[in-house]
Design a protein around this ligand. Sequence first.
Ligand code: ADP
Ligand code: SF4
Length: 691
Amino acid sequence: MPGANGYSILFEPVKIGPVTARNRFYQVPHCNGMGHVRPQAEAAMRGMKAEGGWAVVSTQETEIHPTSDLGPYAENRLWDEHDIPALRLMTEKVHQHGALAAIQLAHNGHHATNHLTRAPVLGPCDGPIDTVFPKQARAMDKEDIRNLRLWHRAAARRAKEAGFDIVYIYAGHQMTLAHHFLLPQFNGRSDEYGGSLENRVRLTRELLEETREELDGHCAVALRFAVDQMKGADGMQAQEEGRAVVEMLAELPDLWDVNVADWSNDSQTTRFQPQDGFQIPYVEFVKQVTSKPVVGVGRFTSPDLMTSLVSKGVLDLIGAARPSIADPFLPKKIEEGRIEEIRECIGCNICVSADNLGVPIRCTQNPTMGEEWRRGWHPEKIAPKRNETNALVIGSGPAGLECALQLSNRGYDVTLAEAAPEFGGRALRESRLSGLAAWKRVADNRLWQLQQRANVQMFTDSPMTAAEVADLEIPNVFAATGSRWLRDGSGRSSHAPLPVEGLPVFTPDDIMAGELPPADGPVLIYDDDQAYIAGVIAHHLAAAGRQVILATPGAVVSAFTELTLEQARVQTSLIEAGVEIIPLHLLQSADAGGATLGCAYTGRPRAVPCASLLMVTARQRDAALYEELKANHAHRFTTLELIGDAASPGLIADAVYAGHMAARNFERDPAAADADWFRRELISLNGMGGS
Ligand code: ADP
Ligand code: SF4
């Protein structure tokens, strides 16, 4: 019941121009790797947010014309009327659950690569496109600008036809023409669209006015605007031109959706920005300037913070991308006073990585994200048990915890055995490293729920042997025993162990267990993994006063973190912490005098004196218990399954997903599960579009 728990203000309706949001929970546009390539999947995912109580559910950015082609990325597309039915799938799903549907129209200017359409790239000025590719934008002439305005009008008309309630003009993230024209960094024009701020705002103003005219009161018009580029005096600043833009356009949109640019600043991870609501200092002025409703973001998961922001008049609507991904039912849980059940976003940006890879969205906390349509998974519902039987889950890392939780949700009696003194596995271990504290939420949320269950028994300090497992006579066993980092140097670059002797060698597991390398000389971290953990540990050890050298075969540190929008911050922060970085080098050998590295291209050796070595190369699956059970006791079990990192080392998100999948598939015919992998959106052979 709204009001019952002190959060009633969050459930007040908000008028947005001609439409009304039923409450203050607003899912702002966010990418998801589905878009025009997988429209049914996107519709189901957006519909789930509406079912979970969000008042407004938005698309991701929607290309309005073939000159704004973001392929191969799977954004939304509204080039012509053939794209309307796919988008209508989403508006229907969102409306079914009483929410408003918003669409973020975008022309991406020189951010678009036009690889698919091979159209010329447009921009305010001549200049290279955003990505490294030998292609440049041409400065738009007056005819180009007139055309752009017509394309926006046409897209708004189609958006209305597709059933959207709110239509966006998008001037954010440095990703659209509206934003490019606003920023002197991109706009060096000398005509009426360049120079003074009034001139640079002209295009956004025209787009707003013409979209409003086109929609004629049938839909609200929103402006997504980045008030600050977080570059200090080198970019737009909230208290200077950012504020001036809001003052100039104050009453023109029906809604202000405000944030910071670029995307890596807007979607900062907890590793670099642990503070929920970190964007508030930038956007809090907006409501003082306009009478229109304002939505802002900043990884909001705390209803207390949300309530205070609304009460103090900072925001009218609580915007969320990642919190709505981690928990599509966040509003419902607040409304029903189920605060402890909220799956809080951990700020890891694995969701973002999927968009950057062009594959369907996934989430560390919410394994059902992206699976709503293709697997029919619901974040809050799971099929009840088929038979009266029970299960043993061995290991309480992300895979074991999720598997145990979902089995208990299905109604099975579950025993969870953990060798360590605390539950949580790698979620707990990794959260002890500097910057990763929020990752503990993966364990906390699941543990809290498991502790409420009458059908779950949980034991720490219980390293299970095969004989002990067999003696328990539990017919269904899930081995979620995890993996360990290798100490011998084998991994991606060398399948054989490396010749190392005469100096102490550590692994990430040692550091996570609280050990530190000796302080009497530099520690060389060899990062052949190239994901995130070596960079995190380099930071951790530098903070502990160690002299750190990080060598990697990669050209940059933690190359994987490009996908999570963190790489520049990783490298900058390591340089600032005094870590010596040696890229493009492989470890050849090490002895008491130090390490010998070899150039990744020529093999030319380079001596690097160090007192200890920390190997971050690859992991070994901890599958011995499972192998023994399978070899000697298989006849005792109906189910014996290896899951998570013990089956296939990967991300925490992969382990959670594996645990969830195992619980969903439990008591399902394996042949049927294999035949029915997931539903696919097959390409139509109709040849629609064009003439
Ligand atoms: P995952 O990511 O797959 O969940 P983790 O490494 O996070 O894997 O967790 C594996 C957990 O399994 C660890 O907490 C470890 O202590 C526990 N474990 C490993 N072997 C046993 C065992 N024989 N008995 C009980 N717990 C075990
Ligand atoms: Fe949050 Fe990580 Fe899930 Fe993204 S993947 S929504 S950052 S928990």
